[in-house]
Write a protein that binds this ligand. Sequence first.
Ligand code: ATP
Ligand code: MG
Length: 306
Amino acid sequence: MLLHAENVTKTFSMGGRPLCVVNGATVDIDRGEIVAIVGPSGAGKSTLLQILGLVDRPSTGEVYYEGRALGRLSERERANHRNRHFGFVFQFFHLLPELTALENALLPNMIGTSFLAWPKHRGRYRSRAEDVLRRLGLGGRLHHRPSQLSGGERQRVAIARALSNDPAVIFCDEPTGNLDHGTSEEIRRALWDLNRSLGTTFVIVTHHEALAREAHRVLHMEDGRIVNGEEAAAAAAARLAARVSPDPEGAAPGHAPLLDAVAKPDPEAPPRRLGRGDMPPAPPPEFLPPARGPAPGREAEPPGQA
Ligand SMILES: Nc1ncnc2c1ncn2[C@@H]1O[C@H](COP(=O)(O)OP(=O)(O)OP(=O)(O)O)[C@@H](O)[C@H]1O
Ligand SMILES: [Mg+2]
């Protein structure tokens, strides 16, 4: 089992009263699966997704990755785990407007690679990002900025960015929520192609019926609970027992690394200090390691970045 959440809850305090928004959810995600999470607004889908993706901590319960309990990891270790194993795609793309498609796709690599290691890996990361963008049909848009791209193209850049650290799992929260029907179907096909060709596991919160219908498994949430949990668990167990590939054509038995030739970010290495020319001031928070020391803007600019 790749990812397992055991009886997780999330309770917020609202006006001094507890508000339980995830209420005892147990979830198994197998490698290579596409799992959709559906349910009414306010059911707790995004909150559960954030718990599974280590963006948020559960109030009680535990999340396991490849059998290892993650509850005791420090914030820094959780950030490293996310950078190494997980990618994220959101409804509103969250691209940085000053960067080109290629630069946006490279951003997590830049953040996850130490300053000293960057020159050594930059060329390979760059050609890999170009390759991923081409796979996603954006070969002719590498140097366009987000404002020069359509909604579907922006979301494909966000998908390329999510793939940049060669993650085992990509978490998507309403990836087609801001797109028209035809473009949504384009994005769905792109995700399914990546699942087939790379074996990437997808956990997708969605209101998009076609997307849920095509998923390997659907978890229904209501009032913080997974209401079809037993049925979904039985389907997962049956698939595991039969060792059936998620792909009916037999591809993608596991995660096929795209990044063979490039070292993974070193989890112990300090975050690379970014120069002024590297990126604008507000990268998406889910890609940043926990803050340490003075803000980058106040540090001396490292020499020879470009
Ligand atoms: N930080 C918070 N503090 C208090 N309540 C919160 C917080 N985050 C979420 N909630 C509440 O938890 C409930 C579940 O939120 P969540 O975003 O997980 O729902 P959702 O199923 O993703 O809904 P939607 O389909 O509308 O995106 C909501 O009622 C929301 O108001
Ligand atoms: Mg939501």
